[in-house]
Write a protein that binds this ligand. Sequence first.
Ligand SMILES: [Zn+2]
Length: 250
Amino acid sequence: MTSPQPKRPTALIEDLVTSTRILINENVLDVFGHVAFRDPLHSEIFWMAAAGAPAQVTPEDVLPFDLDGNPIGASDAPVFVERFLHAAVFKACGELHASCHHHAEALMPYCLGARSLGASSQTGGWMGAKVPLWDSRTRFGDTSMVVTNMAQAEDLILTMGASTIVLLRGHGALVCGASLQDMTFRAVHACREARCNTIAGSIGSVTMLSDGEIALSATITPAAIQRSWDHWKSQLPAITHHPTTKGIQR
Ligand SMILES: [Zn+2]
């Protein structure tokens, strides 16, 4: 059974496409990553692109979903299996309105359990001293390492707690924010922080931020978010259209 299509929030859909392109250009979003946002008028609906190559996402590809991850309305477009991650965020966290799931190489070393990721510079204070790491094996045993249902996604959000980022053991990350711009800031800077942690750790011991420094630097100002968005957006390459092959459902 299908519900009628809600009115399309066109400006935010354009921002989702821009966020996706920025995150690709900044080496955050990989081929299996995706971005979502909560509908501004209907808090029980979120929007994300149909399954396909992220670099080829257009506004027409962006579809509405309910908070159990079901597509809304009549569409035969393929959907990402891991859409449940976004559904669980928007279901559990009323203050969060945008999210990104990715498998960035910069973060992957911190998804493997050897060392935790934490804040070590002024643009990483929002991450806190230790980014939570969710291990699917704890509750679900051996899996394909892909989040395939709401039970897994809701368990992940419990691990995220009050943070806006959570790592998935052996898999990737989920980064959230109050807006697409806020989430984009966090997603880019989490990877930057991870790269700096990794490089610094390779040349010696790393001095992390103190609890006091984290408390004083944790808030990201609207000006910093807007400036970052404008900066990254201005560096996007011109769009070139290629024939697309849609249907990859991961
Ligand atoms: Zn994934």
